[in-house]
Design a protein around this ligand. Structure first.
Ligand code: ZN
Length: 323
């Protein structure tokens, strides 16, 4: 409540009441309100600067926890990158070597990385931007590796098909494999006694000795001739390979039969122009007859293969006249 003020008037020699104008009252009231507001704002700011509210404290603790989680995620990403790097090394140094193909170049490995920073709007070098950027790089590397495995899978499939069609399985047991009576190459004809090319290998074996298919395929034809190759058949393996088995005693497969590698197809005989029981065995590679011995390398031990190879270099008498 405003106090009433008086002043001395010499003209009337008395104290008279001071009269206040409305404008003076408004100005004074406004100044009072203004300074009160300024003081209040200053006090709030001071309080906020010195003390943290429970809500702010909670948010600060959440923020610290999130930072810790982001660091954990980054560690996980770094661990995944290290694991992926080892897989890439195996891919380049082992699988691609085995499949006879070239390793991926650094440019191919880093495809899809770099370029526009997708997370620039999150602030440069912020924890979230760094984490997302590392996750993005890992994803790009994984996509490249996925493509690489896809390519290797196709190459392996092709190689397996080629291996399945390669005549690596010996047509007679190992015991008879070493009894090569006539190898592939120039030999003396048993009847005409002239030097001619023997385009197969003769494995000497008793009648009824099992004969096995050298690779997967199907029987192209079966023939029972009185002369020449006698009872003989040809198996088509694919990838340019065919195998021919002659002078057989019995044939237990028929034309068009599907054959699997190592399956028995008949027995050794003495049919056709043969001077003693044996198997005359030929391998065709892209329509040319080649030495069958070279394909046994994958099926025999080093010592076994060496023994067969040595035997195949001996100059012996052919048992058949199919050359
Ligand atoms: Zn022969």
């Amino acid at each position: 409540m405003l106090r009433t003020k008086y002043y001395y008037n010499p003209a009337t020699c008395s104290y008279e009441r001071v009269q206040r104008s409305i404008s003076t009252f408004i100005i004074r009231s406004s100044l009072y309100i203004f300074f009160s507001v300024v003081l209040a704002v200053a006090m709030v700011r001071y309080y906020r600067g010195r003390f943290v509210s429970s809500r702010e404290l909670e948010l600060l603790q959440d923020n610290e926890r999130l930072k810790a989680y982001y660091h954990m995620v980054q560690k996980k990403i770094e661990g995944s990158v290290a694991l992926l790097t080892r897989l890439q090394q195996q891919d380049d140094e082992l699988y691609r070597l085995l499949l006879n193909t070239t390793p991926l170049s650094p440019a191919e490995r880093n495809a899809g990385m770099g370029g526009v920073n997708t997370y620039a709007h999150l602030g440069k070098d912020t924890l979230i931007a760094q984490t997302l950027s590392k996750a993005e790089q890992l994803y790009s590397k994984l996509k490249v590796q996925q493509q690489s495995y896809k390519q290797l899978r196709e190459l392996a499939k092709h190689k397996m098909a080629k291996l399945a069609s390669t005549p690596t399985f010996p047509p007679v047991s190992k015991k008879h494999l070493k009894r090569i009576s006539a190898p592939f190459g120039m030999r003396t004809h048993p009847i005409h006694h002239i030097r001619k090319m023997h385009e197969g290998v003769d494995f000497s074996a008793p009648i009824h000795t099992p004969i096995y298919a050298a690779a997967d395929g199907h029987v192209k034809w079966v023939k029972n001739d009185k002369k020449g190759y006698g009872n003989h058949l040809l198996i088509e393996h694919g990838n340019g390979f065919q195998t021919h088995y002659a002078h057989m005693h019995t044939i237990i497969v028929q034309k068009s039969n599907h054959i699997i590698r190592g399956q028995q197809i008949g027995t050794v005989g003495n049919s056709g122009d043969s001077t003693a029981p044996h198997l005359h065995y030929e391998v065709y590679s892209n329509r040319h007859r080649v030495d069958p011995i070279q394909y046994f390398v994958g099926e025999l031990t080093a010592a076994e293969y060496e023994a067969v190879r040595k035997q195949s270099t001996h100059r012996t008498q052919a048992l058949c006249s199919n050359f």
